[in-house]
Design a protein around this ligand. Structure first.
Ligand code: AMP
Length: 476
């Protein structure tokens, strides 16, 4: 019997074709994408038909500490950073995954989640496939290896026609590097150029670190091939864009252009809209750094309130979510944030965060702010309540652990011990989007664009959630 396939994972990918030592470029790109995954890092390169690779646990700089990069020679390479909370954090689930097929050596790096992975794997195992990991990405390679078409592109298309869900992929072969986005384009993937070499990356910040020029996004359903003759493009599947709005709200770096939009500007606009919907009588506005800085600035400027640095983040601590156990995470908040007492003392403070997931971070932060002297704490969130888990590549906990799925606004306010609480509305969020209908909002509304077996429904979840409430403790 197979183990559960991993679905709670976040990743970043990079691909380079035509650079003198492509692996070095990939390394820099991954370094810029470190926020997308901190558990493992890997690079595969191609040198004269020889596929070379190295993967290790840890941050990019730690994973490649031993000079392994020098061995990854050749003009083309791909790389991956990964973060996952479920199952084992073992090397076998790290990427790129390299295999040898009748089509030659192939390496693949995947950002997103295949939602029919379990069924596909069961079928493949029944027909004799042997899997080396519990990663959903390996399924794509098995499907590719079995495809009987004449060209590599056709085999890849045939393999991908079987998988459902989210995939932004970079694939390395002896001749080319491919970039592919699923028809919904859940996860981002961009194309850039430097000195005649082409670069694929999850976000433009990976192009910036290389000094590469941003060309464009890979379109939903599109496959590009980067090789010695340049760029070739195919529309593999009709596009039906449902881009992840949470990339813009929280996940991507603010200095990136994602889905054609400046992440910083979108966050600022969300903060402005939040101020229109939920103004507060206060002396100053602070952010929960770094992901909500822009939203807090937008909020403050809209209301003519000063934006101050009341919370300081220790940058040398991993993300709070990196610790899988609740107890460690609760402690982690104080390790990660501290207050600037001189700013907070005796003041009415608005604190803007980009999202509330479990509520544990926010509750701790409110406590910190009060201890730091804040007279009033008004919590504002630049996204709607997260009520549903993501199955397409953002790490969110089970539904029962999402505070907004079990509590109403008043109860959440009581739990957080705030003087007031306001979330951005769905309408507000959509007003900020340039093309709101092209985004996925499943985490807010539970409408999953790609249906799958075992998908949570309102009814099934309601039964599940009976009696699962967080304790609402209102003691000061
Ligand atoms: P929580 O304590 O679960 O409510 O955590 C909320 C905080 O986690 C907010 O400050 C968010 O910026 C941040 N956050 C939201 N989504 C994620 C995620 N997928 N991984 C890590 N942190 C997140």
């Amino acid at each position: 019997m197979i183990e559960a396939i991993h679905w709670r994972e976040e990743c970043g990918v990079v691909g380079v074709f035509g650079a003198p030592q492509a692996a070095e470029w990939v390394y820099s790109g991954l370094y810029a994408l470190q926020h997308r995954g901190q558990e493992s890092a890997g690079i595969a390169s191609m040198d004269g038909g020889r596929l070379l690779d190295y993967k290790n646990l840890g941050l990019v700089s730690d994973a490649f500490r031993g000079g392994q990069l020098d061995r990854l020679t050749g003009p083309s390479a791909i790389g991956h950073v990964r973060y996952s909370t479920t199952g084992r954090n073992t090397l076998e689930n790290a990427q790129p995954i390299s295999v040898s097929t009748r089509l030659g050596g192939v390496a693949l790096a995947h950002n997103g989640n295949i939602v029919n992975a379990q069924e596909l794997r069961r079928e493949m195992e029944a027909r004799g496939s042997i899997f080396q990991s519990t990663s959903d990405s390996e399924i794509i390679l098995h499907a590719l290896a079995r495809a009987q078409d004449a060209t590599f592109e056709k085999c890849l298309a045939e393999a991908l026609s079987q998988v459902a869900g989210a995939y932004s992929l970079v694939v390395l072969t002896s001749e080319a590097v491919y970039g592919i986005r699923d028809p919904h384009g859940f996860r981002p993937l961009v194309l850039g150029e430097k000195d005649g070499a082409h670069v694929l990356a999850s976000e433009t910040c990976a192009l910036d670190i290389l000094g590469a020029t941003y060309i464009r996004e890979i379109e939903p359903g599109e496959m590009v091939r980067l090789d010695a003759s340049g760029i070739t493009s195919w529309q593999l599947f009709p596009p039906s864009p449902r881009k992840c709005v949470f990339e813009l709200i929280y996940f991507s770096r603010p200095d990136s252009i994602v889905f054609g939009e400046s992440v910083h500007q979108v966050r600022r606009a969300l903060g402005e809209r939040l101020a229109d919907e939920h103004p507060a009588e206060a002396d100053l506005v602070i952010s929960v750094p770094d992901s909500s800085n822009a939203a807090a600035q937008g909020y403050a400027s809209r209301l003519g309130l000063p934006y101050e640095l009341g919370l300081i983040r220790n940058h040398y601590v991993g993300r709070t979510f990196i610790n899988p156990s609740q107890a460690v995470r609760e402690q982690g908040v104080r390790v990660k944030f501290n207050v600037v007492r001189s700013i907070l003392e005796g003041r009415r403070v608005v604190v803007v965060d980009d999202s509330i997931v479990r509520g544990t971070t926010s509750r701790k932060l409110v406590k910190l702010l009060r201890r730091g002297g804040a007279k009033e704490v008004h919590f504002r969130v630049s996204s709607p309540p997260i009520e549903w888990p993501c199955f397409y590549g953002i790490d969110t906990p089970e539904r029962r652990d999402l505070i907004a799925s079990t509590h109403n606004l008043e109860e959440i306010g009581t739990y957080l011990r705030v003087d007031s609480l306001g979330y951005l509305s769905m309408e507000g969020l959509q007003l900020v989007q340039r093309q709101p209908a092209t985004f996925c909002y499943a985490c807010f509304g539970g409408k999953y664009p790609v249906p799958f077996k075992g998908m949570p429904t309102k009814l099934s979840m309601e039964n599940d959630l009976e009696g699962e409430k967080h304790p609402v403790d209102s003691t000061p």
